[in-house]
Write a protein that binds this ligand. Structure first.
Ligand SMILES: Nc1nc2c(c(=O)[nH]1)N[C@H]1C(S)=C(S)[C@@H](COP(=O)(O)OP(=O)(O)OC[C@H]3O[C@@H](n4cnc5c(=O)[nH]c(N)nc54)[C@H](O)[C@@H]3O)O[C@H]1N2
Ligand SMILES: Nc1nc2c(c(=O)[nH]1)N[C@H]1C(S)=C(S)[C@@H](COP(=O)(O)OP(=O)(O)OC[C@H]3O[C@@H](n4cnc5c(=O)[nH]c(N)nc54)[C@H](O)[C@@H]3O)O[C@H]1N2
Ligand code: SF4
Ligand SMILES: [Mo]
Length: 744
């Protein structure tokens, strides 16, 4: 029986999309007397078909975690104490308003973390908060992650969110760099059950090829794996492009009419011959040529790169060259290739005039201390500490974090720890008292996942197949809980000078009325009437679905989608396999794919200059494991059990040369004073000269309250990584391939 709200009388089964990672699996949650008794994959889900990973089960532990915050905390006499919502918001108004009045808007920064993207109440309202705050100091996990791909997509296709994804169900040659979907369950590519889909690809005669400095879990299920020296992907990719031109393998097919800049690309990659890059990559020239030939020869092929290709100093170049390869081989926008999903709601590349647009720009302002350009309205997360610690006009003195734990997730974590401790005022919207939020003066507890309704705002635009799925709240809202969108609107009200007592429901009405007036013009009254009866994110969702490419257009297309229809479909609505979208998807001023954006061509000379850089003693890379997720799931017993996960993985030969045995502590040093110690684990899956430590650990700080995580705290990788290293174009942090020294 599928029910909409838990009844006390008998067990009920509820459909819920898992918000823990980008795979967005549909789950069935069984509830008895208000308690979760069982979680399993929803067989009837049109998109995930019953798949679940170990984290999905952890939603029960998350809900029941005694350490999860359920009441606001306000710092009084130096300690965080339980408070009412009114007290908490009044404290924020009392402290924040005069501070901003005195020091200006830029004195208040925002730090937005990963879970924002997984909750519609957060994602749809943090943009409102950012606008109300009006500060240029907006930081987010995007510059620790995918900003290079967004920038390259923006420059090539005209929209920050036009990121093509592999059409894996029809692909027969998938070349994957810097991604490990067997552990991560996919990223910038929503693809539940990657294992099953890779198996099907191979069963129909297709090939999966993995390029990674570690022979990963994904490499284990692939046809071929090649080690690459960390950070060398730009050279490999440029040499593959070079090979396509040299061997006259360029065949963009029906894309030919929609490309600008082909000759410029050919000339720009001329110096990157396979022979010239082979040593830098650690891949033989003949192998590089074969990779290019195989891609060109595949009927339905695709290159896909993910975080390993973004979090390096040439992140934007790598992200660009991946799609250059897809374009030149005719695999972009072609079935089985790299395709643009068409999301039912919220996708910027389904709005406005099809086929042409304004494109993207960066650098509309820059950071105060380092002068780094703004990208997508944000400044690099790695600059947050210096903006707080450097005195002078425009210094950041106050901070609001929303679902963000930069002390563990951002390079220079120790500096951030120190910087946060010195802030004049800090607010955190979060579910834990953790390494970051322990510095807050007010903590506003986020909504329990199972007490929230859900629709994925971001991920349908990155999905292997088009779909629309909605989950109502599984459990009734706990007494004293406040939905996150209302928390954020209270902060909007305070920032706008409306005060802590402002009526957030009225404010929501006003903001929506303004949105509708902008979008619908003369039709605004009718649109608002059609949305009556809804509020908050669900109203925005209904509007987006109805306005969207499959929508009912507020009655003009009665067969189209609206929220009622999506909500009534158990397991969601399947909208079919990905379809070609060029030229309609393009939003460049030229109406073409810009294959050779000037800023990227210019950056290639930086790559050329780095071609012969010597290898460091050791290159440090990261690692993800299925039972972990960034920094915040280590407190859930079902995931925390099992072997120690925060280990320094290295090749047995490297360990022997240093006199290190498995289990012994190794010291990893970036520079004097910047080091961590971690127990060594040995594996010949590591490329010699490369070591790997997962991020998100280091749960040993006084004042945090993560009782399970604290039992095996691990160490903070980002305490050693270098906050001064970034991709200059996107501002993205360098998290991979950082040169370090290892000692016993
Ligand atoms: N060295 C290294 N560093 C990395 C990475 C790496 O690969 N290597 N990866 C980077 C990447 S890709 C990312 S995305 C970032 C992630 O880093 P962050 O964006 O900091 O995200 P998390 O570490 O997941 O921390 C999430 C925070 O949100 C809180 N939270 C969890 N659920 C909720 C909720 O429902 N509501 C609210 N309000 N709060 C909630 C948690 O308590 C925690 O404080 O880390 C980056 N850091
Ligand atoms: N279990 C689990 N799942 C997660 C997360 C998690 O923490 N745990 N985090 C989520 C988040 S926020 C994100 S962004 C996604 C990320 O999803 P993925 O991109 O799939 O992330 P990783 O598993 O870190 O895979 C990155 C791979 O890049 C490799 N690599 C490192 N440096 C280089 C390099 O220079 N070149 C090449 N070619 N490869 C390199 C690493 O060895 C690693 O195998 O995962 C999401 N899913
Ligand atoms: S793969 Fe696991 S964590 Fe990710 S959405 Fe599916 S069940 Fe949730
Ligand atoms: Mo991420």
């Amino acid at each position: 029986m599928i029910a909409t709200a838990a009844s006390a009388a008998q067990p009920t089964t509820h459909y819920r999309i898992c918000p823990l990672c980008e795979a967005c699996c549909g789950l069935e949650v069984q509830v008895d007397s208000g308690r979760v008794i069982r979680i399993k994959g929803a067989e009837g889900d049109v998109f995930s078909h019953g798949y679940i990973c170990p984290k999905g089960y952890a939603l029960k532990d998350l809900h029941e975690d005694p350490d999860r915050l359920r009441q606001p905390l306000v710092r009084r006499n130096g300690t965080l104490q339980p408070a009412t919502w009114d007290e908490a918001f009044e404290e924020i108004e009392r402290r924040l308003v005069p501070l901003v009045a005195r020091h200006g808007k830029d004195a208040l920064a925002l730090s937005l973390g990963n879970p924002n993207v997984h909750k519609m109440g957060l994602l749809l309202y943090t943009s409102r908060l950012a606008r109300a705050v009006g500060s240029k100091n907006i930081f987010s996990a995007s510059t620790l992650d995918q900003m290079p791909k967004q920038l390259s997509s923006g420059l090539m296709f005209g929209n920050w969110f036009s990121v093509p994804v592999p059409d894996i169900e029809h692909c027969d040659y998938l070349l994957m760099l810097g991604a490990n979907p067997m552990a991560s369950n996919g990223s910038l590519w929503t693809v539940p059950d990657f294992r099953g889909k890779a198996k099907a690809l191979r069963a129909r005669g297709g090939q999966l090829v993995v390029i990674d400095p570690r022979r990963t879990e994904t490499a284990e299920v692939a046809d071929a794996h090649h080690f690459i020296r960390p950070g060398a992907d730009v050279f490999l990719l440029a040499a593959m492009v070079h090979t396509l031109f040299e061997e006259t393998l360029v065949e963009p097919g029906c894309l030919s009419d929609w490309i600008n800049g082909m000759n410029e690309v050919r000339d720009a990659v001329a110096p990157f011959t396979p022979a010239a890059v082979a040593q830098r990559c650690g891949i033989a020239a003949e192998t590089i040529r074969a990779l290019a030939r195989n891609l060109a020869g595949a009927k339905r092929g695709c290159v896909y790169g993910r975080i390993g290709t973004c979090t390096q100093t040439f992140g934007t170049l790598c992200s660009w060259l991946i799609d250059v390869l897809n374009v030149l081989t005719g695999h972009l926008d072609s079935p089985g290739g790299a395709m643009f999903p068409k999301a039912a709601a919220f996708a910027a590349n389904t709005m406005g005039k099809p086929g042409v647009g304004k494109g993207v720009v960066t650098g509309r302002h820059s950071s105060r201390v380092s002068g780094a350009p703004e990208v997508l309205g944000e400044l690099p997360a790695t600059l947050m500490a210096e903006e707080i610690l450097t005195a002078g006009p425009g210094q950041v003195r106050a901070l609001i974090t929303v679902a963000s734990n930069p002390v563990l997730s951002c390079p220079g974590g120790e500096n951030l720890d120190q910087a946060f401790a010195g802030l004049e005022f800090m607010v955190s919207v979060d579910i834990y008292l953790n390494e970051t939020t322990r510095h807050a003066d007010v903590i506003l507890p986020g909504t329990a996942v199972l007490e929230d309704s859900h629709y994925d705002v971001a991920f349908p635009a990155l999905s292997y197949r088009n779909h629309a799925r909605f989950s109502p709240a599984v459990l009734a809202r706990s007494a004293g809980a406040m939905p996150e969108w209302q928390i954020l609107l209270k902060l909007v009200a305070i920032a706008q000078g409306l005060g802590a007592q402002a009526d957030v429901l009225a404010l929501d009405d006003q903001l929506v009325a303004a949105d509708v007036a902008r979008l619908a013009g003369d039709h605004a009254p009718a649109v608002l009437a059609a949305l009556a009866g809804r509020q908050g994110p669900e109203r925005l969702l209904d509007m987006a679905l109805r306005n969207g490419p499959y929508g009912d257009q507020f009655g003009r297309k009665p067969e189209g989608l609206n929220l009622d229809k999506v909500a009534a479909a158990p397991g969601g609505v399947d909208l079919g396999a990905l379809q070609p979208r060029i030229p309609e998807v393009l939003r460049t001023p030229s109406g073409k794919i810009e294959l050779a954006p000037a800023s990227l061509l210019a950056d290639l000379s930086r790559a050329r200059a780095a071609l012969n850089d010597p290898a460091p003693a050791f290159s440090l890379i990261g690692r993800r494991e299925v039972r972990s997720n960034n920094s915040w799931m280590h407190n859930l017993p079902v995931l925390a059990k099992g072997p120690e996960r925060c280990t320094l993985l290295m090749h047995p030969g490297d360990a022997a040369a240093l006199g290190l045995a498995a289990g012994e502590l190794a010291t990893v040093t970036l520079r004097p004073g910047r080091q961590v110690q971690a127990p060594v684990a040995l594996s010949d899956a590591m490329m010699p000269g490369v070591i790997s430590l997962p991020h998100g650990w280091g749960h040993d700080r006084a004042g945090a309250n993560l009782q399970v995580a604290a039992q095996r705290p691990g160490v903070n990788l980002n305490a050693v990584l270098d906050e001064t290293l970034r991709d200059p174009l996107s501002g993205n942090a360098v998290l991979s391939g950082v040169g370090v020294v290892v000692s016993a």
